[in-house]
Design a protein around this ligand. Sequence first.
Ligand code: PLP
Length: 384
Amino acid sequence: MNYYFPSNIRSVRPSIIREFSNKVKNFPDAIDLTLGQPDFPTPERVKRAAIDAIEKNHTGYTKNDGIEELRYQAAAYLKEHNHVTYDPEWEIMVTCGATEAVDVAFRTILSGGDEVMIPAPAYSGYEPLIRFCGAVPNYIDTSKNDFVLTPEMLEAAYTPYTRCLLLTYPNNPTGATLPREKMDPIVEWLEKHPDVAVISDEIYAPLTFTGEHVSIASYESMWERTILISGVSKAYSMTGWRIGFLCAPVKISDELYKVHQMEITCATSISQYAAYEALKSDKESIEMQQEYLKRSTYLYEELTRMGIEVSKPNGAFYVFPSIKKFGMNSFDFCMKLLDEKHIGTVPGSAFSHCGEGYVRISIASSMDKLEEFVNRFEDFIKQF
Ligand code: PLP
């Protein structure tokens, strides 16, 4: 039988991050700094809550938008960390990871031919989901401005097909944040463009090291048009539990709800009880954030000492140095680094064409491994 696959499915390439992560497994002594997978175990109290949920037979379908306790806890958490107010009855939905939240947001607002403005380098999970909707990403290159978005960049990128702006702060892969003085001009530009919707992926918000996290949804003029995405995967080391949050004013969330309901019915019941327990305290996430700060400072200082150009990350758990001076494209550079020194990193090109000339190093790995990375990397670059 001849299957016909639509071009927007055929044209999507499987994840380069996973491709590199799989290659690293061929080297038993490899230092694997590929995935955004925290190296901390899920907190003990959270695991206990999941076991408890099983024992209490909380194993059936839940409400489509999630268990009430978790939605209320998420509302309190978002108020404290993101300074945003959502009604847990109607404006917060529990999703299968932030990934499903992003997918539902795109499916709900995008039509064929729409454009999504994305400050880039950008997380590689977005583009395939945009293309599945028949829409296209419009990457805005921020690399020449220390990865900071400006209104001038938005003005240059805006077209009659622009449907929305997608923000990810703290950023994967660059670690950039958008503090208030830099967010204000973005908001002013958006106020002049009322037709542009905003999707704000704030999954790394609790892992902000420098200054305070600023959510675009906390601006009164932006709240109505913003879809906010959050979750427990990164800040609570719960990537495998698959719990995210999708938040928006009722007018938008009524539409989001239909897509989510038909797509997955509900997030896993047991994980929802675990996430409820997780959000009761931020003790562990503060400890992890402090550890990531220590690691990113160490790596930033070591790379700078080696003469490598690198921006200081302000959040998340990645360092994104430039490798332009070595005269190789990022894919070949990462392959050579893996073959010769058994170090797994991700080519910057995985994060759009704007990431070419960089590599992403995940610091969700122990200090011992990062020190070994520094030794091997310093040796590696002597050949250039
Ligand atoms: N958004 C960003 C910016 C990410 O980096 C990731 C994972 O790396 C996700 C969303 C996906 O999160 P989840 O594992 O909760 O689906």
